[in-house]
Design a protein around this ligand. Structure first.
Ligand code: SF4
Ligand code: MG
Length: 316
């Protein structure tokens, strides 16, 4: 599959004081695939999503879109890429202007981007956008507060799709919704991907959410990717102790496949003052001396599987 997005050693530091929110992250996203990014709150995953879209400037590293280095582009040069890459956030209420009917909100997006002109064409396109997300034209004259959370997230998706993006960064798009509605939105995202050939970066704080939709999954801890693998490999054979702990919390129907729950001790340390060596060592049940001295790098541990851990990596 063709690579659509590549990030190399991406960094985002906030200062003062020095907070390394994203600290040397590399991965690719291929056309039509979903990369899940998972980690506890504060691990840098949302910052990463914003840096990729250049909503925040990176402090270091590079971003390539379709082979083109977009890291240093100014906002005018970024315009065509802003259409190709869209972001959808957790809170669909805050993303919509409460004073505009959704017909007008979607129509305005189409007009601003010159994707439709004249009342009739705009209305037709708005109606087809709504139908893409499973909503009928009877909703055109209603305001955001008149919709449920799930419907609002559909509208936000329709607006993102208006500009015909290729890559969507979905930052916890279902976390604020009821469980039954979450499944509907996840199914819709999967359908849209299929129909439109979209690529997704899907950000979530637990593995259950990204399980079905992802092709590959990156696990983040304190600004770094600690494991990156094909979904199947990650679920069947997690090698990083942090991934193992996250996975042990995922509910499994089949009792034979159930894992013993691994409870991590302590809290995630402050990113202002991460532990030396392996950042996970203060909570790792397998930590040994080398872990405090030396930072593990992400290395190939199986085909389509990379892990950043000293366990099993041979002597120093
Ligand atoms: Fe645990 Fe050491 Fe591996 Fe870090 S490098 S995850 S502390 S065993
Ligand atoms: Mg977040």
């Amino acid at each position: 599959m063709t690579v659509l997005l590549e990030v190399k050693e991406l960094q985002k530091y906030f200062s003062p004081p020095m907070l390394r929110a994203v600290d040397g992250v590399s991965f690719t996203v291929r056309k039509g695939e979903t990369l899940g990014i998972v980690g506890e709150s504060g691990c840098g995953k949302s910052t990463l999503g914003r840096v990729i879209l250049r909503l925040l400037d990176p402090s270091g590293g590079q971003i390539f879109y379709n082979g083109k280095n977009i890291t240093g582009l100014n906002s005018r040069q970024m315009l065509p890429y802003r259409k190709k890459m869209q972001i959808v956030f957790q809170d669909p209420a805050g993303a919509l202007n409460p004073k505009l009917t959704i017909g007008r909100a979607l129509g305005e997006t189409l007009r601003v981007h010159r994707l439709a002109e004249g009342r009739k064409e705009v209305e037709e396109k708005v109606v087809s956008l709504l139908s893409l997300v499973g909503m009928g034209s009877e909703h055109l004259d209603r305001y955001p507060h008149q919709f449920s959370g799930g419907q609002r997230q559909r509208i936000v998706l329709a607006r993102a799709l208006a500009v015909q993006p290729e890559l969507m960064v979905c930052d916890e798009p279902v976390s604020a919704l009821d469980v039954s509605i979450q499944a509907q939105i996840m199914n819709l995202l999967a359908e849209l991907q299929e129909t439109l050939g979209l690529s997704y970066i899907f950000i979530a704080h637990n593995l259950s959410v990204v399980k079905h939709i992802s092709d590959r999954i990156a696990v983040m801890y304190l600004g770094k990717i600690v494991e990156l693998a094909d979904k199947q490999s990650l679920f069947q054979n997690p090698r990083h102790p942090y991934t193992q702990a996250l996975l042990s919390a995922v509910p499994v129907a089949d009792p034979q496949l159930r894992r013993k729950r691994i409870i991590l001790s302590g809290e995630v340390p402050s990113p202002l003052n991460p532990p030396s060596g392996c950042r996970f060592r203060t909570r790792c049940p397998h930590a040994f001396d080398r872990c405090a001295r030396e930072e593990p790098i992400l290395r190939q541990t199986a085909s389509n599987h990379q892990t950043a851990c000293h366990l099993g990596s041979g002597p120093t």
